[in-house]
Design a protein around this ligand. Structure first.
Ligand code: NAD
Length: 453
């Protein structure tokens, strides 16, 4: 493993990864690999997280097919050098941005969508002409081992390989010299990755987390808001980086919204969600204990049951929460929704401005002026007006955080850009050579003054 970056670098310099034919062929190989193993992938997601086939297909497998198809269609166009304007001072020359792959890429993945979040960046890396070392999460071992087997069968390891392991193995990889590091995971580990990358000024993309609010105003359509919040929060048992972390609701509509939220939870997961096979479990005992400790915060208005043997926590709503409660201190990353109440939008804006810039933000209101106010005054990675999560699935929207919730973005063209260096080059003519540009020319300064004013 210690030589893996160097080994891939040698392959990179054979120039093979750079042609459009190679990139498309490898993307197709990736798609074939997934198609061939669909059932095994779903079984492994079920084994590690009790994911249902519906969730596995929609959020993991289907998402990747859409991303691969989009890349195969567009990559040739994106690879072309872009001609840009050239100022009069550069008369005779042309200017281009050449799309250069970074070279060798290291991709480090989390466990919550362990298949999709491992391979979505790989698609961008391949489309942009890089080699790939992928380090899946050790917390979803069945998926990690399947990824390794499948990639070994389908790809030349000099081009794309999987290294399994936990902290020690990841840190060993981070000691090696890659040309770009793409990390998805928690804020504290993101900081470690950035520190390691700083040693060689290696470019990084950091897809991190944080506390993402959902705000429901008094003029919101409550039926649809309740459904979309329940769906966004409890999908994958709340273990979604862009899940609404907490609900901020206008006092005038709170009782009605909470009642509709309970109905929506029951519609989606039944009256006995603990018995529902399609409801995702908590990833491990450590996270189960961490989440269970939040259940005594505020006042329980829905759910609250747990099953420690199976690591299940019911979709739960806690009312009368304040910023002093422990549940408001860190990202929850589980199926517990704390509820805060507000009387004016300005109050919400002031409060959210005191928090770290979130990865996502959702606002429910029919009033476009108030929507604009939220957009103008609150920084956040991305989000939706009158929905949750949906922005993540539009390949035309770059996906990422801002500040502590992340650095850089990906999906669709943004993935290609994330793994591409924009190499700016002036292509100069040699047919003539103006003497005024050089020191010693008598006319030089007066011409330069005319050109650069
Ligand atoms: P994590 O940071 O614990 O682990 C992520 C990866 O880093 C894993 O592969 C792990 O092996 C490795 N790692 C862990 N500790 C390390 C260390 N000390 N040194 C080097 N490597 C280390 O994150 P997680 O628990 O797997 O995922 C949950 C977090 O990820 C949440 O905060 C969530 O919001 C975030 N997340 C963000 C996105 C996004 O797209 N922005 C997506 C999913 C998850």
């Amino acid at each position: 493993m210690s030589e893996i970056a160097r080994y891939q670098k040698q392959f990179y310099y054979t120039e093979k990864t750079k042609s459009v034919a190679f990139r498309k062929q490898q993307l197709q190989t990736l798609k074939n690999m997934i198609e061939k193993n669909e059932q095994r992938i779903m079984d492994s997601l079920n084994q590690d997280l009790n994911k249902s086939e519906f969730d596995s297909y929609t959020h993991e497998i289907g998402f990747l097919y859409a991303e691969i198809n989009f890349m195969i269609k567009e990559v040739k166009e994106w690879m072309k050098p872009t001609k840009v304007k050239t100022p009069a001072s550069h008369f005779g020359s042309k200017s281009y941005i050449h799309k250069e792959p970074y070279g060798t890429s290291l991709i480090i993945a989390p466990w919550n969508y362990p298949f999709q979040l491992a391979l979505a960046p790989v698609i961008g890396a391949i489309a942009a002409g890089n080699t790939v070392v992928l380090k899946p999460s050790e917390l979803t071992p069945t998926v990690s081992s399947l990824l390794k087997q499948m990639v070994e069968e389908a790809f030349d390891p000099a081009f794309f390989t999987v290294v399994e392991g936990a902290v020690k193995e990841t840190q060993e990889l981070l000691e090696q010299r890659f040309d770009i590091i793409f990390f998805t995971g928690s804020v504290p580990v993101g900081k470690i990755v950035m520190e390691k990358a700083a040693k060689h000024v290696t470019p990084v993309v950091l897809e991190l987390g944080g506390k993402s609010p959902v705000i429901v105003d008094e003029d919101a359509k409550l039926d649809v808001a309740a459904k979309r919040i329940a769906w966004g929060k409890y999908t994958n048992a709340g273990q979604t980086c862009i899940a609404p972390d907490y609900l901020y609701v206008h006092r005038n509509v709170k009782p009605e919204l909470l009642s509709k939220l309970k109905d929506s939870i029951e519609e989606m997961y039944g009256k006995e969600p603990m018995q529902n096979d399609a409801y995702t479990h908590i990833v491990n005992q450590k996270h189960f204990s961490r989440l269970s400790a939040y259940l005594d915060n505020g006042e329980l208005v829905h759910g609250g049951q747990t099953n420690p043997e199976e690591l299940i926590i019911e979709p739960t709503v806690l009312d009368h929460i304040s910023w002093d409660d422990s549940i408001m201190k860190d990202e929850i990353f589980g199926p517990i929704l704390p509820v805060l109440t507000f009387d004016s939008l300005d109050e919400v804006i002031t409060q959210v401005q005191t928090q770290e810039k979130p990865l996502a933000l959702y606002y429910f209101s029919e009033d476009e002026q108030k929507q604009q106010k939220i957009l103008d005054q609150l920084p956040f990675g991305g989000g939706c007006m009158n929905d949750t999560l949906f922005h993540v699935a539009n390949p035309h929207l770059p996906f990422g955080g801002v500040g502590p919730s992340g650095l850089g973005s990906y999906h669709g063209k943004a993935s290609f850009d994330a793994f591409t260096h924009q190499k700016s080059v002036v292509h100069q003519t040699t047919k003539f050579d103006f003497s005024f540009r050089y020191p010693g020319s008598k006319l030089g300064l007066s011409i330069v003054k005319k050109l650069l004013r």
